[in-house]
Ligand binder design. Structure first.
Ligand code: NAD
Length: 498
């Protein structure tokens, strides 16, 4: 989680002033998209252009996959040994750390993320992930099984843990460098090569990451970046027959388009999708401890967090107090320039998301929810949304659909035995957050919630040591932890007699 108490931001907490056009990174060099197509990204605070970005075509994506396959076969990356790959990734982490300010600044510029959240949240998160998997690289191995003799001969089975080949990775805009690290860290540590399609709105940090990895010693072609549009570059990567694994993080709507085994495309697929995550405040909750988490889980990064806890089930005895305290938190948030350390909320990502959130704010009122604070798009340049709290009910769309904006819905409940059923009554299943001082109740809830991750009296960034992922509409497979690197390997069995 971000260190909200620290004001030790660097003096250079400001936007870079000029940014040159950005190209594709394929085979260890910069180049234009074929045909020279580009698109222009927009600053969500000022609505001014940031820079031109090369718009990869399907042919460019094919070039990148071929470069990655060539590197897998001939660069020596997979033969280097885990310890040496780890050393290179440790070096990359040090270089990233030295560029904390630049990498945070470009994400603030493109995404509207608070600069302090980048410095104290996102960059430490990618550093932790890269270092975790750098340390894991020389601890990946198979196992040995001694079998009884057969026909007078000894038998031994052993397994080899091998990299897969070329990984295609498609990532969203809300935490681009963190998402790139979640995928590249374990994929590279295990000896794979990778092609990343960064989000249209926020490619700059991932493009710089490519140069940093090269400076650290990652061979040409092992890490490739193809910025471009989802329907063209993203679709071409997802469908490319040269991938040994496809890993996608984004919305369930786009996740549903990812080819899994259709058309004979047999490869590993991981899908990290959205969430409409429940927070459950039991009658015995310690509200002084819980309230900061309840608020952050709704308003962190303008609510544009897959783990956001925007369905807030509150026991009837606490509804007034929790709502008042949540409203007080929302009303204390200053909207404005995300580079300003005193600002608590920047804009949402772009015009279409701004409008979409506005539609949900109207829908909440139309469907009978009580608007307690906020409820409007802010009438000023930039894509700002008022932090909003509704009191609503289970059947309303604001309580069922992922809004990806700063919109909390408090849902009262009266029977603590029924609330798990309400929480599980969702297409999604990413995470849940529960607040109680009763250890038994906490354990039963953690067992019965149909999600991939449960926080008890806490909320924050997923931790790189333990698996992260969803159930149902929130995805397939796991990232992070040991499972996160094993998912980039295959275990081969060797059986011998001697
Ligand atoms: P999105 O699905 O619109 O886009 C994600 C990526 O897919 C982008 O790079 C986009 O260009 C690409 N894409 C779009 N259309 C495509 C197509 N037809 N074929 C292939 N690729 C295509 O999502 P978004 O708006 O960038 O991100 C927000 C979503 O991501 C939310 O639902 C959020 O919950 C989810 N998310 C999930 C996690 C997680 O860990 N589960 C983490 C972060 C974000």
């Amino acid at each position: 989680m971000s260190d909200y108490t620290s004001t030790a931001l660097a003096d250079d907490a400001q936007a870079p002033t000029t940014l040159p056009p950005q190209q594709l990174w394929i085979g260890g060099r910069w180049r234009d998209a074929r045909g020279g197509a580009t698109y222009v990204t927009e600053n969500p605070v000022t609505q001014e252009a940031i820079c031109e970005i090369a718009d990869a075509t399907a042919e460019d994506v094919d070039d990148a996959v071929r470069a990655a396959q060539h590197a897998f076969d001939h660069s020596g990356w997979k033969e280097l040994g885990g310890a040496e790959r780890g050393r290179i990734l440790f070096r990359a982490a040090d270089l990233i750390e030295a560029e904390t300010n630049y990498l945070s600044a470009v994400e603030t510029l493109e995404v509207g993320k608070l600069y302090k959240d980048g410095v104290f949240g996102d960059i430490p998160a990618i550093l932790a992930t890269l270092r975790y998997y750098a340390g894991y690289a020389d601890k990946l191995h198979g196992s040995t099984v001694q079998l009884p003799d057969y026909a007078g001969r000894h038998r031994l089975n052993y397994t080899l843990r091998e990299p897969l080949g070329v990984v295609g990775a498609i990532i969203p805009w809300n935490n681009p460098i963190v998402m790139a690290g979640w995928k590249a860290g374990p994929a590279l540590a295990a000896g794979n090569t990778i092609v990343i399609k960064p989000p249209e709105d926020a490619a700059l940090s991932v493009l710089r990451l490519a140069e940093i990895l090269a400076e650290a010693g990652v061979p040409d072609g092992v890490f490739n970046v193809v910025p471009g549009r989802g329907e063209t570059a993203g679709a071409a990567l997802a469908q490319h027959p040269g991938l040994a694994k496809l890993t996608f993080t984004g919305s369930p709507e786009v996740g549903a388009l990812m080819p899994t085994h259709a058309g004979g495309q047999f490869r590993k697929v991981t899908l990290e999708l959205g969430g409409k995550n429940p927070q459950i405040v039991y009658p015995d909750a310690n509200l002084d401890g819980a309230m900061p988490f309840i608020a952050v889980a709704n308003f962190l990064h303008q609510g544009q967090v897959c783990a956001a806890g925007t369905r807030v089930y509150v026991h009837a005895s606490l509804v007034d107090e929790v709502t008042q305290r949540l409203v007080a938190h929302a009303e204390a948030i200053t909207l404005g320039d995300p580079f300003d350390a005193n600002v608590g909320m920047g804009p949402v990502i772009n015009g279409s998301q701004h409008q979409r959130i506005g539609t949900y704010l109207d829908l909440g009122v139309e469907q009978g929810a009580s608007l307690v604070t906020g409820g409007k798009l802010v009438d000023r340049p930039g894509y700002f949304v008022e932090p909003t709290v509704f009191i609503g009910s289970q059947d309303q769309r604001i309580a069922r659909e992922e809004i990806f904006g700063p919109v909390a819905t408090v849902i009262p409940f009266s029977d603590s035995d029924d609330v798990i059923g309400l929480a599980n009554d969702s297409h999604y299943g990413l995470n849940a957050i529960i607040y109680t001082e009763d250890l038994h109740r906490a354990q039963v809830a953690a067992r019965d919630l149909r999600v991939g991750n449960v926080w008890i009296n806490a909320f924050g960034m997923p931790d790189m040591t333990t698996p992260w992922g969803g159930r149902g509409g929130s995805g397939v497979g796991r990232e992070l932890g040991p499972a996160g690197i094993e998912a980039y390997t295959e275990e081969k069995t060797v059986q011998m007699m001697f």
